[in-house]
Every structure is written in C-alpha cells, then in structure tokens.
Ligand binder design. Structure first.
Ligand code: GLN
Length: 453
C-alpha cells in the first residue's frame, strides 16, 4: 500500500506511464496468505516491481514510450516479467523510458521527460535521470518501488543508475531472455535489475535470468545463487584499471572517484593491475553504427498494420499508410537512428560502415579477452559526468552519445557490467563506478560492487 500511495503522489517525476496497483496488491495478498498458512515464501513474495515499458505485459498497455505503439495491449507476457511474477513479485506499473530505449537522458520519450529526484543545491533546474531506463532509475531513487527492471543496449541500466545514486547490473548477453521485450538492437539488448543496493540487484537478477527456449540467443546456463554467493572480500582477486578510459577532458572529480574506488577494492583484498584495452576509442563509433543498423531492421515491423497506431489518410494507398504512420508515430531520435541504420546497411556503404564496425566489435571483444589474462574484473567510472540538466544536451546528439563512452565497450563484448554509487561530486550529485566482468561472472561483478558500496 505504501508504495502505491507514493507512486500516486509522485506524478511530477513522470516516472510511471501506467499504474497497476491491483497487480501489486494481489502479490502482497498472496504473500500474506502464504505467510499465514506457514508456507515457505517465494524469493520475491509480495515485492512491488516497476517494469520498464519495453517489456510486454499481458493485458497492460506497452508502448516503448512511442506514439507508434499507442493502443497496443500485448496478449502475452515477456519471459523476464513472467519470471518475476513466478517468484512472487507484483507489478506496480509500467515505467517511462527513452523512446524504443534510444537515448541517455529520457528526453526522447513521447510521453514527456522523466525528472530525477535529485537537484543541484540552490537550483530548481530539473536534472536528467539518465537513459534510457530513466523511469526505472527515478522511481527507485525516489523510493517509489524497491526494484525495477531496466534494459541495457549500450549503457541504459548503468548510466541512469549512476545518475541517480542507485545500483544496476547488465548481465552477460543471453542471461535474461529477450522474448517479449521490444527489440532495439538484438545483438546488444539485455535486461537487468535496478535497485537500491547490490544485494537487491543479486536477488532480482536471480529471478529474472534463466535459459528460455523462446529466445534463440538465450544461454543454456543454470542461474547461480548470486545472493548466497555475495562476499565483500576480494582476497586473491585482481582488479584491472584500463588506461584508455582516462579520456581527455574527464572531470577531476571523476578521476578522484575512480582512484577512491581503486583504494576501496585494494582495502577489500584485491590486487590492482594496469591493463590496456587499445581499441576502446573505436567502441562508441562502432556502437552508433551497429545499434542503429539493427534498430532500422527491428523497427521495420511498425507499419500501421500489425501494432498500435495507423495513419490512413483519405484515399491513401499502402505506401502512403506506411509513410504517414511512421512519420506520425516515431519521434525524432528514432527517425535519426532508422536513417543512420538504413544508410550503413545500404548496398553501397555496407562494407565501409557496417562490416567495418563488426570488425571493430571483434577487436574490442579480443581486448577484453586479453585483459582477462591478467585480471578478474575491471573498474572504471560509469559515465564521464554527473547528471546533466534536462535540455542541456538534447539539441546535440553527438554530445548525448558521448555520455555512453564508458558503457558501450562491454555491451559490444556482451560482458556483465554493473554500476554502483561511488560518492557525490562537489555539487552533491551522485557518481557511479562501473565494474566489468568476464563472461558469466556476474558473481565477481556483484562482489566487487559490494566491496565498493
Ligand atoms: N544511450 C545509448 C543509446 O542511445 C544506450 C541506450 C540503451 O542502452 N538502450 O543507444
């Protein structure tokens, strides 16, 4: 009840697109009944969860924060959400996000910006909650729900977690099923939890993850008992510090935070080693070719026939309907991505852009493989800045894309990566530290996160 009331009162944050108090209450009642009957409680019995609006939820409107999906009510439940309900959790509502998960500030939503609950001292200027899982980060940071789902294609769990002082983990690509999750860039998209601390992330991820025959890239791997395996001791572990992440113009306080993180991990027993990931500087351009390429293909399905919106001008033919529906339904950032994507995939430019970006992706994955010869996890900042003001970067897509510089390399390599709160900047805004792990070593990532927290 308390969470339902909080959500109802927190309208100005614009974190929720749909509220589903009945579902949350039903889960709470089921947990109470199980408790009264002396039954063993399910791992998430009665826990209210906010669902990013990228997950299809049966009978509950799902829009990916785009007009083109207005009126779409899925007849099926995504595997990740179903896994949460099977573990006893209840849905509190659907969370606002960047449209089709494209963005780093939650300003591309068709249903308005999400506002971070944080402010700079002496200023009322609303700050970005990060993106694309900005509804999730804002809701968890404001205490509207104890946990939320996010998705991360190039940083969309980690960067918003960093901006709002919470934790979030993107597991190894393939850990969480993509079935029923609206696709952005299928070779990169991964679901993961966002919560107040590392332990809650471990508990939620255990419920969300697992092999699913309905997703061809799902990993046939058992879900480890991550929570039970949590340990703050890093004795015998080696933490790599990649020198290429010391980018030009990085604010001093981010450098200082990074150094503090190194010291904390050393205090927890880790050995610190310098490592090199030489192709890091090519990750961002490669990502902004591969992700739009896949998006342009995935978004071809929104044609005015199969889902949501249909614009059918008087006397229009099929082509006109496609054009009118897509012109009216997609926001400007989505259109930009579709144009970049179709361009880099076009016959004349495919080799110069798309093939080249795929080669770079392989080199980046190899950089990490080589790094694992000398360390167990990597420590970096999550983002090159603290939360910026809404509007500050929205007119300049390149400035916005640059915010993803530290999160995209691990996405391209499919590695597990987490952001944990590291401290506050001079203005009192949260900064995040990122831990990147070996494939399938979420445990190592969570343990390093716990040592920082
Ligand atoms: N900010 C990145 C983008 O706009 C990442 C988004 C995401 O991870 N979904 O593509």
């Amino acid at each position: 009840d308390a969470f339902i009331v909080k959500v109802a009162k927190a309208k100005p944050l614009n974190a929720f697109l749909v509220e589903t108090p009945d579902a949350a209450l039903a889960a709470a009642r089921a947990a109470d009944a199980a408790r009264a009957a002396g039954e063993t409680l399910k791992p998430l019995a009665g826990v209210p969860i906010g669902m990013k609006d990228l997950f299809c939820t049966k009978g509950v409107a799902t829009t990916a924060a785009s007009h083109i999906l207005e009126g779409f009510v899925p007849t099926y439940e995504s595997t990740v959400s179903q896994n949460l309900w099977d573990a006893g959790a209840g849905m509190l509502g659907k969370l606002n996000m960047d449209q089709f998960a494209m963005g780093s500030s939650n300003e591309t939503s068709a249903f308005g910006n999400v506002i971070s609950p944080w402010r700079r001292p002496g200023s009322d200027a609303p700050l970005a909650p990060g993106g694309s899982s900005g509804g999730s980060s804002s809701a968890v940071a404001a205490g509207l729900c104890p946990g939320a789902t996010g998705t991360d294609t190039g940083g969309s769990i980690r960067q918003p977690a960093a901006f709002t002082g919470i934790s979030g983990i993107k597991p190894t690509y393939g850990r969480c099923s993509r079935w029923g999750t609206i696709a952005f860039a299928s070779s990169l998209d991964q679901a993961g939890p966002m919560a107040r601390d590392v332990r809650d992330c471990a508990i939620l991820l255990e419920a969300m993850a697992g092999f699913d025959a309905k997703d061809a890239t799902s990993l046939r791997q058992d879900v480890p008992r991550w929570e039970a395996g949590l340990s703050g001791s890093l004795a015998g572990k080696r933490v790599g510090v990649p020198k290429e992440y010391r980018v030009d113009g990085m604010p001093e306080e981010i450098e200082a935070l990074w150094q503090a993180g190194i010291d904390w991990l050393r205090d927890a027993g880790a050995e610190i080693v310098d490592v090199s990931l030489p192709h890091t500087k090519y990750a961002l351009p490669a990502y902004y070719i591969i992700a739009p390429a896949e998006a342009s293909s995935n978004l071809a399905r929104y044609d005015g026939v199969r889902y949501g919106l249909r614009e059918l001008p008087e006397g229009a033919g099929l082509q006109d309907m496609y054009a009118a529906t897509r012109a009216a339904g997609f926001g400007p950032e989505v259109k930009r991505r579709i144009m970049i994507g179709t361009y880099v995939l076009s016959a004349g430019f495919y080799d110069a852009y798309y093939t080249q970006a795929q080669k770079v992706r392989t080199l980046i994955a190899r950089d990490f493989e080589r790094a694992w010869e000398s360390c167990d996890v990597l420590l970096t900042p999550t983002a090159p800045s603290a939360a910026f003001a809404l509007g500050e970067k929205s007119a300049d897509p390149i400035a916005m894309y640059l915010n993803d510089v530290f999160t995209v390399p691990s996405s391209l390599a499919g590695l597990p990566a987490m952001s944990v709160p590291g401290g506050l900047d001079k203005q009192g805004l949260p900064l995040g530290l990122q831990i990147i792990g070996k494939p399938l070593d979420e445990q190592g990532v969570l343990n390093a996160g716990l040592a920082i927290e």
